[in-house]
Design a protein around this ligand. Structure first.
Ligand code: C2O
Ligand code: CU
Length: 481
C-alpha cells in the first residue's frame, strides 16, 4: 500500500537536525583506456547497487545504477569518437540512449527499433562521434519509467574546442525520488494516477545523487553551471536569490546569452540548461536556490554559501558567447509543414501537477493508450513511422498540445529550432532537442531532416511516454521511402 506524504521534497525529514554540509562532490570521470587519441573508450555496467541519497543518519537506498548515482561522467572533446561498452547486469533487458547527441541511428539505443535490447548478462558496444559540444546525458530507453526512476542515468559532457572563460565548470544532475521513510524507493512505478496526470513526482530532490545543503562559492567567481533534469517527471523552475544567471546554452546548443524571463530557469524532464553564474555576493553571504515551479510546493534546493575569501574583487567581464555547433539551418521558405497532435490524460481542468499522490494500484506493465500522438497510443517502440521525411529537406512541425498538462517533447537524432509558441515568434529561435509545451500550447519547430533512420519522438515525462505518448518519424532518401 501507498504511504501518504506530501510531494514537496521532505527536507524536514531528511535534513532535520543535520546541520550537515553535504559538499557537492565532483563527479568522477571514468578513466579512458589507452585507445587511439581520437577514440575514447568507456565502460558502463548497469546493475543493482546502493547509494547514499539522503544524509547519513538515514539508510542507503537500493538503486539500479551505472556504479554510482549519477553514473560516471563521460567527458570528451568535440570531434572525438566515443566507444562505450555497456554491460547489462540487471535482471531485465536494457539499452542506453545518448540523449541529445546526434548519433547514427543504429547507435541511438531504442529497443526493438534501432537495436535488439541488451539481455541480462549481455553487452553492447556503442560507437559514435561527438559532433556537437555541449551538455548531454545518457539513460536507458527500455522501461525507462522504472530504470531511470531507480537511478540509471549519467552526464555526458562534450567540451568546446574554444570554451568561454570561467573559474569553474560544474554539473548539477537534478533528480526527484519518491522515497519511503526508510529511504527506500517507493515501488509504485507506473501507477494510474501518476500516469494519467503529471507523471511520477517524488518527494526528495537530489543534486548529483545527494540531498545537498550548501554549494560553496567565492565572491567574484564565474561558474558555468550545467543543469541536467534527469527526473522522470518533475519540472524545475530555479530561482537563484540575489543572482542573475545568464543562459548560454539550451539542450547542449548555444543560445544568445540572456537572463531568463523572471530570472526563473525552467527545465522540463530531460532538458539541459547551461548557465553562467557570476558570484556577485560578498564573502560569508548565503543565498537560497529555490524551485518554484509547482504553485504552493516551492522548496529550497540548496544554499549558495560564500566562503570567507573572495576570488576577485569584480566579476569577470570576458565574452560569454559559445561558438555554434554544426547544425543545418532549416530553409523556412521551402519547408514542408506537418501538424503533430498530443492528446489524452486522465482529467482536465485540474491544476497541472495536481500532485495527487500515486494512490492507484501499481501496474505490472504500463497501460497503453492513456496518451496519444495523432490519436495513436503507442504500446511499444517498434512502431510504423507516422511521418516519412526526405533526407536533406527542411520541415516545420506544429506540435499541438491538446491536453491540460505540460509535456516536454523530445526528438531523437536531430536538434530543432523553436520558432513560435501560440503563434508568437520566440525571441531566440533556440535550438532544442526537448521542448516543454504548456497545457494547450502550440509550438512550431523547424529542422533539416539530415540524419537517416527511424527516430523516436515522445514526451519525456516517462510515464506519459510509456502510456502512449510516443511515435516514430522516418528520415529516408526521397526515392526509397
Ligand atoms: Cu531521453 Cu527518447 O529519450
Ligand atoms: Cu507528457
Amino acid at each position: 500500500m501507498m504511504q501518504t506524504n506530501t510531494n514537496a521534497p521532505s527536507r524536514r525529514t531528511f535534513l532535520a537536525g543535520a546541520g550537515m554540509t553535504a559538499l557537492l562532490a565532483g563527479l568522477h570521470s571514468t578513466i579512458p583506456s589507452e585507445a587511439s587519441s581520437a577514440t575514447r573508450e568507456f565502460r558502463l555496467r548497469a546493475a543493482p547497487g546502493s547509494a547514499q541519497l539522503v544524509p547519513t543518519q538515514h539508510p542507503e537506498t537500493a538503486v539500479w545504477s551505472y556504479g554510482s548515482v549519477p553514473g560516471p561522467e563521460i567527458r570528451v572533446r568535440q570531434g572525438e569518437r566515443l566507444r562505450v561498452v555497456v554491460e547489462n547486469a540487471l535482471a531485465e533487458a536494457t539499452t542506453v540512449h545518448w540523449h541529445g547527441m546526434r548519433v547514427p541511428n543504429a547507435m541511438d539505443g531504442v529497443p526493438d527499433l534501432t537495436q535488439r535490447p541488451i539481455a541480462p548478462g549481455e553487452s553492447f558496444t556503442y560507437e559514435f562521434d561527438a559532433v556537437d559540444a555541449g551538455t548531454f546525458w545518457y539513460h536507458p530507453h527500455k522501461r525507462s519509467f522504472e530504470q531511470v526512476g531507480r537511478g540509471l542515468y549519467g552526464p555526458l559532457i562534450v567540451e568546446d574546442l574554444d570554451p568561454v572563460a570561467v573559474d569553474s565548470d560544474v554539473t548539477w544532475v537534478l533528480d526527484d525520488w519518491r522515497l519511503l521513510n526508510d529511504a527506500s524507493i517507493s515501488a509504485d512505478f507506473g501507477n494510474m494516477m501518476d500516469t494519467g496526470m503529471a507523471g511520477r513526482i517524488g518527494n526528495t530532490v537530489t543534486v548529483n545523487g545527494q540531498v545537498v545543503e550548501r554549494f560553496p562559492v567565492r565572491a567574484g567567481e564565474r561558474v558555468r553551471l550545467r543543469l541536467i533534469n534527469a527526473a522522470n517527471a518533475r519540472i524545475f523552475a530555479l530561482d537563484f536569490e540575489g543572482h542573475a544567471p545568464q543562459v548560454i546554452a539550451l539542450d547542449g546548443q548555444p543560445i544568445e546569452p540572456h537572463t531568463p524571463e523572471n530570472d526563473r530557469v525552467v527545465l522540463g524532464s530531460a532538458m539541459r540548461i547551461d548557465l553562467l553564474l557570476d558570484m556577485t555576493g560578498a564573502p560569508g553571504d548565503r543565498f537560497r536556490v529555490t524551485d518554484t515551479f509547482y504553485q504552493g510546493l516551492e522548496y529550497r534546493l540548496l544554499d549558495l554559501a560564500y566562503e570567507n575569501e573572495p576570488l576577485r574583487e569584480q566579476a569577470l567581464d570576458t565574452p560569454v558567447r559559445l561558438s555554434s555547433n554544426p547544425l543545418s539551418e532549416p530553409d523556412l521558405t521551402a519547408a514542408e509543414r506537418h501538424t503533430v497532435r498530443f492528446g489524452g490524460g486522465m482529467m482536465s481542468g485540474m491544476m497541472d501537477g495536481a500532485m495527487m499522490r500515486g494512490t492507484g494500484r501499481t501496474m505490472g506493465s504500463m497501460p497503453g493508450g492513456i496518451w496519444s500522438v495523432n490519436d495513436v497510443g503507442a504500446t511499444g517502440h517498434a512502431m510504423k513511422p507516422m511521418l516519412t521525411l526526405s533526407l536533406g529537406r527542411s520541415y516545420v512541425l506544429e506540435l499541438a498540445n491538446d491536453t491540460d498538462w505540460h509535456h516536454p517533447i523530445h526528438f531523437h537524432g536531430h536538434s530543432f529550432r523553436v520558432l513560435s509558441r501560440n503563434g508568437a515568434a520566440t525571441r531566440y529561435r533556440e535550438w532544442q532537442d526537448t521542448v516543454l509545451m504548456k497545457p494547450r500550447e502550440r509550438v512550431e519547430i523547424a529542422f533539416v531532416a539530415d540524419n537517416p533512420g527511424d527516430w523516436m519522438f515522445h514526451c519525456h515525462i516517462l510515464e506519459h511516454q510509456a502510456a502512449g505518448m510516443m511515435g516514430v518519424i522516418r528520415v529516408a532518401e526521397a526515392d526509397r521511402t
